[in-house]
Design a protein around this ligand. Structure first.
Ligand code: TXA
Ligand code: MG
Length: 322
């Protein structure tokens, strides 16, 4: 697999119907031409992802929303103006430039204008929409560095654009605006509070729209067993755990437990720092051969909601890897 920083070359690969892994501010994506069914079929194959599971379409900052979505409600236009470029995906009625295969046949599409300068340079050079899931094998932890992508997908990718470590570190927030009221399908890099300032209170997925297919309880799971608990419960869980045990917690919390008989992997104390380092930490612990990760859940405010969501999903019932 070729890797580097050559935007023209990456855009040419997409134009040929190939696969390009590229950095966004959230996680690395595995991109293909969103208007070509044959190109997006290669994305599903490379990831080992079921073809009914829709991809997000990434757009340049100057793209016309109405080319990619139909019946765009006013709230979506306001949210787009406030949040893009940034870590927000909006689900809208699918527009004419999106290949049906990109959305797994669904009549809705997830749209996002990423903020990473390299993603924007690629989108501007290509002059189209790029369908991209996170650039990991289906069910695994999302990649936040180019090396993570190379480890997971290697030869399946035609070109890997290298853009350093992702600054947000968890996937975009997904809001469904296709059915009348705004529904939060996945907490993510844009805090709920910032969205609600524009849309009003967000409904929960379980109250209205069907959940995003990718929000399976056991998504985002590392190999190790994850136990996600309130910080106070961490020492008790360590005492009860068997095997090679690690604690994943903010540095200030770990300082309070000098006697802990476990490997410790500290995260920054602030929620944004936790989000930024979470996936790399889970990958490091897997590489260390850890059997059990006991993770301290942050308060559910700001980016803490997304961090807690990913930890709880990682701790959820395991499903068959595909
Ligand atoms: O930050 C992100 O969103 C990253 C970067 C690369 O942009 N992408 C990402 O894609 O996380 P992926 O495919 O790993 O997760 C996208 C989620 C999936 O759970 C998918 O089911 C959901 O978005 N989704 C996409 N289109 C949808 C649609 N039309 N309706 C409901 N859910 C949708
Ligand atoms: Mg993913």
């Amino acid at each position: 697999m070729e890797r580097g920083t050559d935007i023209a070359r990456a855009a040419a690969a997409i134009r040929r119907g190939g696969l390009v892994a590229f950095p966004t501010e959230t996680v690395y994506g595995l991109g293909a031409d969103a208007s070509r069914g044959d190109a997006v079929a290669r994305v599903f194959a490379a990831k080992g992802r079921p073809t009914g599971h829709p991809l997000i379409v990434h757009l340049a900052a100057d793209a016309q929303l109405d080319d990619w979505a139909l019946e765009v409600p006013d709230a979506a236009r306001r949210l787009a103006a406030a949040a893009w470029p940034g870590p927000l995906t909006m689900i809208l009625k699918r527009g004419p430039r999106v290949a049906p295969a990109t959305t797994g046949g669904a009549d809705t599409v997830g749209l996002r204008v990423p903020a990473h300068p390299m993603a924007q340079a690629l989108l501007s050079a290509f002059r189209g929409g790029i369908a991209a899931p996170s650039a990991n094998r289906f069910g695994a932890v999302s990649p936040t560095t180019a090396d993570h992508v190379a480890t997971d997908l290697g030869e399946a990718v035609d070109y890997l654009l290298e853009g350093g470590a992702c600054t947000v570190g968890v996937e975009s927030t997904i809001v469904d605006l296709s059915r009348g009221r705004a529904v939060l399908l996945r907490p993510g890099g844009m805090p709920r509070e910032a969205i609600e300032a524009i849309t009003g209170p967000l409904a929960s997925a379980d109250l209205g729209a069907p959940a995003a297919p990718g929000t399976l309880a056991s998504h985002y799971a590392p190999r190790a067993q994850v136990i996600a608990v309130a910080p106070e419960a961490v020492p008790r869980e360590v005492a009860a755990a068997r095997g090679r045990v690690a604690v994943l917690a903010p540095a200030s919390a770990v300082l309070r437990w000098p006697q802990l008989s476990a490997i410790t992997r500290t995260l920054p104390d602030d929620a944004a720092g936790m989000a930024r380092e979470l996936y790399a930490a889970l990958r490091d612990l897997d590489a260390d051969g850890v059997d059990v990760v006991i993770a301290a859940l942050p308060p559910a405010a700001g980016l803490g909601e997304a961090v807690g969501d990913r930890l709880l999903r990682a701790a959820g019932p395991r499903r068959n890897e595909t």
